[in-house]
Design a protein around this ligand. Sequence first.
Ligand code: NZQ
Ligand code: ZN
Length: 385
Amino acid sequence: MLNFEFYNPTKIIFGKGTVPQIANNIPKTAKILVLYGGSSAEKTGTLKEVRTALTDHQFEEFGGIEANPTFETLMRAVDVVRSNNIDYLLAVGGGSVVDGTKFVAAAADFEGDAWDILKTHGQNITSALPIGVVLTVPATGSEMNSFSVITKASTSEKLGLSSPLVFPKFSVLDPTKAYTLSEKQIANGVADSFVHILEQYLTYPSEALAQDRFSEGLLVSLIDIGPRIVKDRENYDLQSNLMWIATLALNGLIGAGVPQDWSTHMIGHELTARYHIDHARTLVSILPAVLRVRKESKRLKLLQFAERVWGIHEGTDDERIEAAIEKTAAFFEALGIPASLRSYEIDEAGVDAIITQLEQHNMVALGEKQDVTLDVSRKILVESL
Ligand code: NZQ
Ligand code: ZN
């Protein structure tokens, strides 16, 4: 097992009817800014529940945070924070609102150009406002981690930050809040969580026995519930499992002491920035190619994945690996997500553009062994066409 530090201070409040508990978890003296996305939080009634819960608190509101939240919009929220002396942020929404709120928390006291926070991937953050979360999309794990991904609309750049200062203080996870998501959004959540687990599991063996079994348990559970939940979205058992699995997939637990890849995500962010493809869909579109192109360096874990996750015991090593990749692609296709770039009308010139973006963002040595050079990324993208 590799050396590691594990730190996760986020309190999770899980279950049906838990939104009112935000009131007991935010100091009565706080000046709160409630941040949300487009129209869903209002339409579904979640915002109303939040307002009711905060009757005895002082709060302002900031709506309009987009999917793939933009720096430009978030800087307007920073102005609201500064001009109203806000000292607590409450995110009501999915990964985009939670990520956006983390950025606002860090930018509020930041002196200088706040885009530098992203340029340094959060390393220059020295303070952040406290954050609470009411989660409405099971997908990213942002509700219990220290990551945030922000897009600068003016330059089409999508960059991530990581800082222990932006862990939410608490997150309310009420699975019934996800009932109103569309089939596509739920499928995206299943796929994003699945790939989060693979980025931490499908690398090379490190004798991390419990982490491997945790990951395999989460993957097998997603394979079990994925096809059912897209058709049965108001099923509490399915939604509660998806919500907790998505959180566990990226809260640091399964990634402790193991090598991590993240090349699929880094290439995926460039695809979203340029072509506005949903985050989860970018991942699925290139994942089979990532696994085929990098088969040799991932060989032992691919064989373990084939056996323990997909129950494939027959055939040569190469046949079992190929069967596991095919089953993985078929799982995503059954959720309605294309497992290649073919449906997005991207050609070889489009691949060149993505490679240029990766180079601009210094994404030139990705993966668990830092051997995913621009040439390897190009191979992956071309193989996905
Ligand atoms: O804007 P509104 O009207 O609220 O609509 C949203 C949005 O259009 C809608 N929605 C949210 N809750 C709903 C609902 N619709 C009906 N019922 C509800 N209860 O859903 C749409 C998508 O929401 P979004 O927050 O964008 O989805 P998701 O949670 O998948 O977040 C994606 C973002 O998270 C980043 C991605 O890059 C992307 O920007 N990620 C963050 C990570 C992290 N912080 O650890 C890791 C991930 O790998 C990912 O990169
Ligand atoms: Zn993701």
